[in-house]
Ligand binder design. Structure first.
Ligand SMILES: Cc1ncc(COP(=O)(O)O)c(C=O)c1O
Length: 447
């Protein structure tokens, strides 16, 4: 009699042929074989399940092969149902994550790789979590090509804690100056923080243009002997992204929160890089620091132990309990990035998605407008207006967009209008759905 095994999907026993018939068309033959080998436990002899039941045959027949709309992904029925419910979420952070990453986390939720506990429940000092943490750091370094001269560390408190920590670790004393290239609201906030500890110079400030431009270097007012120059690679609220790394003499510091993992970070050109991970690399709760070793060990005396980067590096980012689950999720995201071919995968997608969206804006005969100058338009966060800021129409747009699963498209509360965050987790299909909706909305609301 052919062997029967329990399908964990419904707890019933099937022969391999029965299972193959059911899953055929949903999964590839190899995946079914692996499922049979790895997931389906043999029945115990003598158990009622071991015998073929008439019911089983009927069930197999009833379960005519259905195609998984999510392709080759291994998903049970509940997961397929939930995945179908998912909307295109254009939130600027926390933001949408790749389905593959979420599925892996879901599958690990109750018991991580046979340990009998979920990652959320594990000691951060235990071997299993330490292995997760080490692998994630290694993958991050590999993917971003971080040179051996630079240390990588992780902190809770987000990018806000990081930009508070920049002057504390790098200004030295209150008579020293740091230069800030202010091209949006986050740069403005970081600059304000520096004023508490030293002289914070506005090397440029594009507020008069409503943060829609990046001036040429000839217009920057850099300080000779500045302790560092700070810039924000992508201003999330205003949608302004540097197309090249600023070329300066002083040690360079970058806030890369909203374009991290979407392009080369050129770590070797920076003294310090920081990024919250909740846009392009995981859930909220953790920020990454990448510091040239030369920067470490120079914090001001009043700097809290937690915020002294050297202390954090020396303790391997476990000076206190880290954001374990967020760290693990980042690791899953990094592993997925590797599987997809590395950073260039996200880079190319960012090009494709942003081009689609800006083309839709630029080809709308002025119905939609993007306020940011073309040479510094963001590939990650795209603000746009309808008829130059017609609030009534924008409200209607946001409401109707939800009917086609397009969510969280409102601009930041300080700016208004609309904004689409098209981070790594946003599929091309999401942007295509948005651009086709934009086209039909413009046609249905002629002015
Ligand atoms: C560019 C940038 N910097 C800093 C922050 C602050 O990050 P957090 O909320 O993690 O402190 C954000 C948040 O959206 C951001 O987009």
């Amino acid at each position: 009699m052919p062997e029967r095994r329990i399908d964990p999907d419904d707890g019933s026993a099937y022969t391999f042929e029965e299972l193959s018939a059911y899953y055929q068309g949903k999964f590839k033959k190899k995946a079914i074989e692996a499922y049979w080998e790895n997931e389906c436990k043999p029945t115990k002899k003598g158990k009622a399940d071991a015998k073929p039941k008439a019911k089983v045959k009927a069930k197999v027949k009833a379960k005519a092969p259905k195609k998984n709309p999510f392709g080759d992904l291994k998903m049970n029925r509940d997961q397929i149902k939930q995945a179908k419910e998912r909307v295109y979420n254009f939130s600027a952070g926390p933001s949408t994550l790749p389905l593959e990453v979420l599925l892996e986390a879901q599958n690990d939720m109750l018991s991580y790789q046979g340990t009998g506990m979920g990652v959320m429940e594990m000691s951060h000092r235990g071997k299993t979590f330490v292995a997760i943490a080490t692998q994630a750091e290694k993958d991050l370094r590999d993917l971003l090509n971080v040179p051996a001269t630079h240390k990588v560390f992780f902190m809770q408190g987000g990018a806000t804690l990081m930009f508070a920590g920049v002057p504390m670790n790098m200004i030295g004393d209150s008579s020293s100056t740091a230069d800030y290239l202010i091209t949006g609201q986050w740069g403005e906030k970081a600059h304000k923080e520096c004023k508490k500890y030293g002289k914070a110079n506005e090397a440029c400030n594009t507020k008069p243009t409503k943060f829609t431009t990046i001036p040429p270097k000839s217009e920057w007012k850099l300080t000779s002997g500045a302790k560092y120059v700070h810039y924000c690679y992508n201003e999330t609220v205003n949608g302004v992204e540097w197309s090249a790394i600023p070329d300066v003499e002083a040690p360079l510091v970058a806030d890369m929160s909203s374009n991290f993992m979407s392009r080369n970070i050129h770590a070797d050109k920076h003294a310090f890089i920081y990024a919250g991970i909740q846009k392009n690399l995981g859930p909220a709760g953790m920020a990454i620091g990448i510091a040239d070793e030369k920067v470490l060990g120079k914090s001001i005396p009043m700097c809290p132990s937690y915020m002294d980067w050297k202390g954090c590096v020396d303790a391997e980012s476990m000076l206190n309990t880290p954001a374990c689950y967020t760290w693990y999720m980042m690791g899953v995201y990094l592993k997925y990035t590797k599987e997809k071919g590395g950073l260039s995968y996200w880079d190319e997608l960012a090009d494709k998605k942003s081009r689609l969206l800006y083309d839709a804006i630029d080809n709308s005969n002025g119905f939609y407008t993007a306020p940011v100058a073309k040479d510094c338009r963001s590939r990650m966060t795209v603000p746009f207006q309808i008829l130059g800021g017609n609030e009534e129409l924008e409200k209607k747009f946001l409401k109707e967009a939800e009917k086609v699963k397009l969510f969280t498209l409102a601009g930041h509360r300080s700016v208004g209008g609309c904004r689409a965050a098209i981070y790594n987790g946003m599929p091309v299909k999401g942007v295509e759905t948005l651009t086709s909706f934009m086209k039909s909305f413009a046609e249905e609301n002629p002015q």
